[in-house]
Design a protein around this ligand. Structure first.
Ligand code: F6P
Length: 341
């Protein structure tokens, strides 16, 4: 077989682990592998590179993706899906592994519906893909944020300040909640629950009343006030209809300072959360996903996505995986709330 691999959407640590695993397993079984560069853009423009044992050697610990990525949506171009299918044929591909989040896999699911032999691998630091317990990239991001919260604690404590940390999480508060629990945050704001400044300020005040002169508040970039728009850096929509989020941390920080009188600073972690070397968990998960993706291709189980359920790697349908976003488990948020004081 000739197997294509592409990585689409925002990059994340662990992408190279998946690429390496698919290539190693495929070549072991005497197949040929080709990398499609820059996500769906590379398929539309036939921009490819051969993937060999040599080209994937040493990539396991590297963040980002050796194939490059983009947020190109073939369905936003005239006859884009026809062109994708034509190029798939002309490149002599038998199958394609698409590694991505809801957008990339949404395209994969539609192309499968149009007859393309595709399997999916779930990637995103946001961990908001349905039908899998975890996406790879999430664990690394949570560890990065936790480390930053640890550092912010020492400076907040030295200055008797409140520090608001804005983290990624467009639709879901997974990173905010996991990293907030792990880092001992004193309040966490997530997209799933409208922001209530009275509750935030009362909780911070209660901490101060019991002698704690500093606090850490974690805010997911997609958190918002009831009946207010999301805070954005830019209103322009990308090809999947997303705005560039950012700014809610500063808004929350200034309200806290105004209402409580406590000196407040704001830190926006941004793309630091997506950069650098993957954690051991993400390397192992990416490797398991890559091997399973190859097995699905070998068994012609197209239209499927690899998924982690409990400790097993299974196959689920791409359609099911992309039908809806996996928002935060509110029981976990309730647990985090125990420590908001
Ligand atoms: O989807 C993953 C994500 O990291 C979101 O959390 C964030 O809103 C977005 O990507 C940022 O995208 P970009 O890299 O285009 O700025």
């Amino acid at each position: 077989m000739k197997i294509g691999i592409l990585t689409g959407g925002g990059d994340c640590p662990g992408l190279n682990s998946v690429i390496r695993a698919i290539v190693r397993k495929s070549i072991d079984q005497k197949n040929e592998v080709v990398g499609i560069k820059y996500g769906w853009k590379g398929l539309l423009e036939k921009e490819t590179m051969p993937l060999t044992l040599r080209s994937v050697s040493g990539i396991l610990p590297k963040g980002g993706t050796m194939l490059g990525t983009s947020r190109t949506n073939p369905y936003k171009q005239k006859d884009g899906s026809e062109l994708a299918k034509k190029n798939f044929k002309e490149l002599g591909l038998d199958a394609l592994a698409a590694i991505g989040g809801e957008d990339t896999l949404g395209v994969a699911s539609k192309l499968y519906g149009e007859g393309l032999n595709v399997v999916g691998v779930p990637k995103t630091i946001d961990n908001d893909l349905a039908a899998t317990d975890f996406t790879f990239g999430f664990d690394t991001a949570v560890n990065i944020v936790m480390g930053c919260i640890d550092r912010l604690h020492t400076t907040a404590e030295s200055h008797n300040r409140i520090i608001v940390v804005e983290v990624m999480g467009r639709h879901a508060g997974w990173i905010a909640t996991h990293a907030g629990i792990a880092g001992g945050a004193d309040y966490i704001l997530v997209p799933e629950i409208p922001i209530n400044m009275d509750e935030v300020c009362q909780s911070l005040q209660a901490r101060h009343d019991r002698g704690k002169n500093f606090s850490i508040v974690v805010v997911a970039e997609g958190a918002q006030f009831r009946n207010e728009d999301l805070k954005t850096q830019e209103k322009k929509l990308d090809e999947f209809g997303h705005v560039r989020l950012g700014g809610i941390g500063h808004k929350v920080g200034s309200l806290i300072e105004e209402r409580t009188g406590f000196e407040t600073r704001v830190t926006v972690l941004g793309h630091i959360q997506r950069g650098g070397s993957p954690s051991a968990f993400d390397r192992v998960l990416g490797t398991r996903y890559g091997v399973k993706a190859y097995e699905l291709i070998k068994d012609k189980q197209f239209g499927k996505m690899v998924s982690l359920r409990g400790n097993k790697i299974i196959a689920v349908s791409l359609e099911e995986a992309t039908a809806e976003i996996k928002t935060l488990d509110l029981d976990l948020y309730d647990l985090a709330k125990i420590f908001f004081r």
